[in-house]
Design a binder for this molecule. Structure first.
Ligand code: TUI
Length: 314
């Protein structure tokens, strides 16, 4: 049985988190993952607190297991969602795309476990100092907003920089990745892209099909010029955006080009104007299946690998 300190801390069966993907990770997906023994997250993304509250209600009607909310710190609604998670007695909050220091005291006083995503050792040290419960160390293989470092190098360095449990994220989509993350010192893993193919994941069928058909070289990073690098599938949108970015389009027009592109991908499956966020692990996602089966499958694969590990030592 693959267990770690994170299971005890959060009251979950398996050390598997589902990333709180903006526009995608709704109450239904989060509840399915939590019911499967992992920890499901509702992604607040750029949505107002009212939407997040609805999704929390949906999740609570499907599961009585703990659920998390991911707060995207660039969101104009981050403050109101930060208050909502306290009112709704959410068990776990993860944060992304910034520094959550200003919310930390209130969350900890409310008894919330706070698990920030960090993309550097400096941020890991700061979050440790201000009382985070654990850290998600995310490499640039991940989808969406990404940092500079790869999972292979960020996880061990964050583990060395903190006494907190570390959850590895970025590029993990099967049991081999889970086992490798534990070997790097992690006590848990987070997957986003693998859950895009879950039966309970409510993205447009075109999006699901693109992920299942994707190969190893199918993603690219855009948005570096505006300071928010984002990994997505290589599509007409990402190529057009990249051309505009390096062709000298003014910042405000570039922002405009990106606005609404996530929604168009998730809800409309728009092949031309949609931005299909995806990690590099899309090439490892092969089929649609229930979220709970994904959780169980990656854990069982990892257990088999880890049990065989002593064979390597002569
Ligand atoms: O947040 C994510 N992934 C995301 S957020 C998102 S929505 C979005 N839409 C448009 C532009 C930007 C975002 C889609 N995907 N992952 C977690 C993550 N956090 N990755 C990297 C970081 C991060 C980066 C810098 C965390 C902290 C940080 O600190 C910088 C600082 O010093 O404030």
């Amino acid at each position: 049985m693959l267990k770690s300190s994170i299971c005890e801390m959060l009251g979950i069966e398996y050390p598997v988190f589902q990333g709180g993907m903006a526009w995608i990770a709704d109450g239904k997906l989060a509840a399915a993952v939590s019911n499967g023994g992992g920890l499901g997250f509702i992604g607040a993304g750029n949505a107002p607190a009212g939407y997040v509250k609805e999704q929390i209600e949906i999740a609570r009607n499907i599961t009585d297991k703990p659920i998390g909310v991911n707060i995207m710190l660039l969101s104009p609604f981050a403050d109101e969602v930060a208050e909502l998670v306290i009112e709704e007695k959410i068990e776990v909050v993860s944060t992304g795309a910034g520094n959550p220091s200003k919310y930390m005291k209130a969350w900890l006083e409310a008894g919330i476990k706070v698990i920030p995503v960090v993309a550097s050792v400096g941020m890991a040290k700061l979050m440790t100092r201000i009382g985070a419960s654990a850290l998600i160390a995310e490499g640039g293989e991940a989808g969406g907003h990404v940092g500079e470092l790869t999972t292979m190098v960020i996880v061990p360095q964050v583990c060395d920089a903190t006494d907190l449990p570390v959850i590895a994220a970025g590029g993990i989509a099967d049991g081999r990745g889970v086992a490798a993350a534990f070997m790097l010192g992690a006590q848990g893993i987070q997957m986003g892209t693998r859950f895009l193919s879950a039966d309970e994941c409510n993205i447009h069928p075109v999006y699901k099909e693109k992920i299942i058909k994707a190969g190893d070289l199918c993603t690219m990073v855009t948005g570096k010029r505006l300071g928010h690098p984002v990994r997505s599938l290589r599509t007409q949108f990402s190529r057009d955006y990249s051309k505009a970015e390096y062709g000298g389009m003014p910042d405000d027009e570039l922002e405009e080009l990106g606005t609404g592109a996530l929604r168009l991908a998730v809800q409309e499956g728009d092949n031309v104007k949609g931005c299909f966020l995806s990690g590099q692990s899309a090439g490892m996602v092969k089929q649609e299946q229930p979220a709970a089966e994904i959780v169980k499958e990656v854990i069982e694969e990892a257990e088999e690998i880890l049990l065989r590990a002593p064979e390597w030592v002569k």
